[in-house]
Every structure is written in C-alpha cells, then in structure tokens.
Write a protein that binds this ligand. Structure first.
Ligand code: GLU
Length: 449
C-alpha cells in the first residue's frame, strides 16, 4: 500500500476501531490526517518511520480516583486524567479542564491538538492535557480547594518542570492553579515554580498570561485580515463564551478599535448594541462568578439576553468562537456567511465543526484554526516557564511584545506552509502541516521510541 491517501484512510479506520466511543478524538485526528497526504507523498521517510502510527498513540495515559468531601460532609468521587501525549519537542505541556463533559476522549482530543499547537509556537514544549469531570459551578471556594488538593495528591507524582507542566483550561483559572500549586509544594517540599503555569503574579506567574489566549486570537485575526488589506479598526465582532478567553478577546478588540457585540454562556447569549461593557462583564464573571443574563439585566436598554440562542445569528464582520468544542455548526456558518463575515478566529479548541470549516473556506472567509489562533495562551505559558527557570519577571510590555511576535510568526508559518503545499489561504492545512513537520522531524531524529 503505497498511496499515501489510502494509507491514511486505513490508519484512520484503525484508530477509530482501537479507540471506541471517543468521537472528539476521532474528529481531531481526522482533521489532521485529512491534510497530511501531500506531506507523506513528499517525505516517504515519515511513512517508513511509522510516524503517524506513533503520533496518535499517547506516550502515557493516567486515570485516577479523586475523592473529596463537600461542605455538608458528603463524599464525592470524580475521575482525574492526564494524557502525556508527545514529548519530542519538550516537556508535556497543556491545561487541565474541570467540566462534567470531560472523559478520556475529550482529554485525548485536547492533548492531540496541543502537540501541533505547541510545536507552532516554536518554544520547545511537548503536548499533554488533563482534567476531571468535576463541576466547579456552584461549589464554594473551600470545596474547590479540597477537590484541587485531592487531585494533586495523585497528579504530583507524574509532573515536574522538566517532565509535564499543566496549566488552566475551562474551569481551571488562577484560583485553582493556586490551590494545586500549594498542594504540590506541600507534598514535594520543593519551590518548583515551573511545574505549573498560570500562577499568580508575585509567586511566579507571568504578566499577560491571563490575557494571552484572547489577545493572541485577536492578533491572529488581525494578521489574517491584513493579508486581505483590511484592518480590525471599526469592525464589529461576535464573541462566544464569557470565560477567560472571551473576556480578553473583547478587551483586545476594543483596544484595536473594533466593537465586540456579544458574549454567551451555556444558558444563552447577550447582544449589546453599544458594544460590551467590559468592566461590568468582568465584575459579573470574575468577581461574582455569575451568569451573562445578569449582564443584560444590569446594563440597560442597549443589551438583551437571548435564552438558548447562539451568537452566530448576530450580524458582524468577524467571529471569535471562544467557548468550547463544536459550538459553531454548519447552520451557524451559513448565517455568518450570509451576514458577510470576513474572518473567523478560533479562541477555543475545535469550536467549529468540520462541515462549518469547509463552508467558511469555500466562501473565501479567512479561517484561523485553534492550533494557530489560540496558541498565544500556551506560548505565554512557555514564557512563564522561561522566567521561572531564570528566576526573573519580565515587564508587561516585554511579554506583550513577545506574544505579538509569536502570533505574527505563527501566522507567517501557517500561511507560507499552506502556499507551499498548494493550498493558498488555507490556514488549517498550513497549521497542521507546519506543526506536524516540526514534531515529525524531532521524532525521526530521536529514533523509534
Ligand atoms: N489550555 C490552554 C490551551 O488550550 C493553555 C495551556 C497551557 O498554557 O499550558 O492551549
């Protein structure tokens, strides 16, 4: 079997058979394999080294029990995960997600994406991901702390600054990283700042880390638009989600003169004709840990809450899916295209379904896949690791300049790689191939392991 396309199809079927009931993982693998046939045609040594076969199999998968006690004294048992996917380029790196939807398939999809995303940053980090089906919503700080302590009581033996460096993701922010770090320090008796990123400023955290994913996603959109001779200044935007990524997407859009009109959560969305009032949204989300419906209630007549709706029905020039996987489907894409959307930048991981991606590309909409567009978060995590290793703290301006440079470079590499493989303007192909080549070359050099 020498035809690379046929070979990849067989491999795909085999992966789906060997990893049953993991639809998100299948989707993430399929999306990458669909773009790799030309690489295999050009580089037969990759096939000979069994590279894809090794790449789709995590180096290590850890699943563990996380028992904890709630404020009323009731015992709960959650499941903890860490998938250490690939360390050819550096220590495993990737966030922890605490959400009821987390299972091994979700963690594997996220870990698989992370390999290529991290490679694209050029910063020497491998790919991993973890989390739990624990739901922090409605839990007290004390409950979250006890959960984090129990989670770390198993996780600590698998991580380390040169081994595996977790960070945040959905449901894991500064509060959780603090509790996790405290428990790691207590168990190991080590001040090992580089074991986790997303730490608080003043105890090893980096400037701009909370902002980095959202800022980076907007900068990536700016780069895509610049190719078309368009600037973000004066454009309207739809943003989904209301977590860390969405909030700082809104902030950077406003700094660049664009007008973000929406935000959302699992109950519905808010559209604000005057543009999102970021101070109010931050107060509700970050301080009160409330719902976006409260934003509409408090903002006044310019804003309304649409229960159960999706932001994609709101007309805008650019779209930023920044909530979760598969939140933007074919019908949503059709609505955005009909309303004249110019660019879509994925702040979340795999928020756009494959069908929707194809619709955008066929309509000539610039589409920035998460592996490239949301790499700013993990890139600043890697800068946090550098600061920790050097026992130094860089200025806000320095980190922000570095982030801008990294996003520009990721855009350039994805754009040029797409052109080199006869897919001009196709950032999905460009990002997948560019990320893959970096990991594949390192794996080739390091032998069959
Ligand atoms: N969870 C983020 C991501 O999806 C950041 C991971 C990190 O900083 O390690 O890339």
């Amino acid at each position: 079997m020498t035809d690379p396309k046929q070979r990849l199809d067989v491999l795909r079927a085999d992966i789906e058979r060997r990893n049953p009931a993991q639809p998100e993982f299948h989707q993430a693998v399929r999306e990458v394999l669909d773009t790799l046939a030309p690489v295999f045609a050009a580089r037969p040594e990759y096939a000979e080294a069994g590279l894809v076969e090794r790449l789709v199999e995590p180096e290590r998968q850890i699943i563990f029990r996380v028992p904890w006690t709630d404020d009323r004294g009731r015992v709960h048992v959650n499941r903890g995960y860490r998938v250490e996917f690939n360390s050819a380029l550096g220590p495993y790196k990737g966030g922890l997600r605490f959400h009821p939807s987390v299972d091994i398939g979700v963690v594997k999809f996220l870990g698989f994406e992370q390999i290529f995303k991290n490679a694209l940053t050029g910063l020497g980090i491998g790919g991993g991901k973890g989390g739990s089906d624990f739901d922090p919503h409605g839990r007290s700080d004390a409950e979250v702390m006890r959960f984090c302590q129990s989670f770390m009581t198993e996780l600590y033996r698998h991580i380390g600054e040169h081994t595996d460096v977790p960070a945040g993701d959905i449901g894991v922010g500064g509060r959780e990283i603090g509790y996790l770090f405290g428990q790691y320090r207590r168990i190991t008796n080590r001040w090992e700042a580089g074991v986790l990123t997303g730490k608080g400023q003043g105890w090893g955290g980096s400037e701009i880390r909370p902002e980095a994913t959202g800022y980076g996603s907007v900068l990536f959109a700016g780069e895509m638009l610049a190719v078309k001779g368009v600037s973000l200044d004066g454009l309207t935007a739809v943003v989904s989600g209301s977590g860390n990524v969405a909030l700082y997407t809104v902030e950077k859009l406003q700094q660049l003169g664009a007008n973000p009109l929406t935000c959302s959560d699992s109950q519905g969305y808010v559209v604000d004709d005057k543009g999102i009032d970021l101070a109010l949204l931050r107060q509700i989300k970050e301080v009160e840990r409330g719902r976006v419906s409260e934003y509409a209630a408090r903002r006044g007549p310019s804003a309304r809450f649409v229960p159960g709706g999706r932001v994609w029905e709101v007309p805008a020039d650019v779209a930023f899916p920044s909530a979760t996987q598969n939140e933007l489907g074919a019908d949503d894409a059709r609505a955005l295209i009909a309303n004249g959307v110019k660019a879509v930048s994925e702040g979340a991981n795999m928020p756009t379904t494959p069908e929707a991606v194809h619709l955008f590309q066929a309509a000539g909409v610039a589409f920035g896949p998460g592996k490239a567009a949301n790499a700013g978060g993990v890139a600043v995590s890697a800068l946090e690791m550098s600061q920790n290793a050097g026992r130094s703290a860089w200025s806000r301006d320095r980190v922000e300049d570095e982030l801008a440079g990294i996003m520009r470079e990721i855009h350039r590499v994805a754009y040029e790689t797409a052109a080199r493989y006869d897919a001009p303007g196709d950032y999905v192909t460009g990002a997948n191939i560019a990320g893959f080549e970096r990991v594949a070359d390192a794996m080739l050099a390091q032998g069959v392991i």
